[in-house]
Design a protein around this ligand. Structure first.
Ligand code: HEC
Length: 180
């Protein structure tokens, strides 16, 4: 590497930055998974940032400890971004999903009445109450829903009293419009 009195090769660094930028553009056209291309892009960007810091900000010619003090946050930042990338991909991959739709719904309160606490306690672990509040069914319909949830969606079985309370509440306050 250059002795400390040689002028740094600014043009060389400039060309390296240009090549890295070209590579970044190339990466976006590669037929590879989004995650992989993002990781490559972050890696390339980090390399560029390091070059700029080392040469144009003269860190390369400062004391070694100073270099590490300046680069450590960058390394940690890159690490964190890479850690979080899989999550962000996972979330954006399912835009029309049930969970995504629920998240965009405004908060809703269930109608107050006997049994509302039992319903809240037993029915809000997996989804907000919106899905209940926007549904209208008679008692048989609600029972069918609950059986379906128990068979297909992992809803636990209730003892008789709890189930009656839930069905009474739902068939009273969330009955089909015509019977209200
Ligand atoms: C173990 C998690 C879980 C619990 C607890 C739960 N649900 Fe659900 N519920 C789901 C899932 C999963 C869906 C299905 C969403 C889909 O596939 O679209 C669903 C869908 C629904 C639907 C829409 C489908 C339909 O049958 O009309 C209603 C209404 C509903 N739940 C009511 C309730 C009620 C009432 C309770 C309490 C007795 C309850 N849920 C408790 C997981 C749960």
């Amino acid at each position: 590497m250059a002795r400390s009195h040689d002028p740094p090769n600014y043009m060389g660094v400039f060309y390296s930055l240009a090549v890295l930028t070209g590579l970044e553009i190339g990466v976006t056209f590669l037929p590879i998974p989004t995650l992989l291309s993002r990781i490559l892009l972050v890696g390339l960007a980090a390399t560029k940032a390091a070059l700029v810091a080392l040469y144009f900000m003269h860190l390369k010619f400062e004391r070694r400890t100073l270099t590490w003090i300046a680069l450590t946050p960058g390394l940690i930042c890159t690490f964190l971004v890479l850690m979080l990338l899989p999550d962000s991909v996972a979330i954006t991959r399912r835009p029309g999903s049930f969970a995504a739709a629920q998240e965009t719904l405004p908060p809703v309160e269930l109608i107050t009445g006997p049994g509302v606490d039992v319903v809240k306690r037993n029915c809000t672990r997996c989804h907000p109450v919106n899905i209940i509040a926007q549904t209208r069914k008679d008692r048989a319909g609600w029972l069918e829903s609950i059986r379906w949830l128990q068979q297909e969606k992992g809803l636990r079985r209730f003892d008789q009293k709890t189930e009656e309370t839930i069905l009474d509440y739902l068939s009273t306050y969330y009955a089909p419009e015509s019977s209200q």
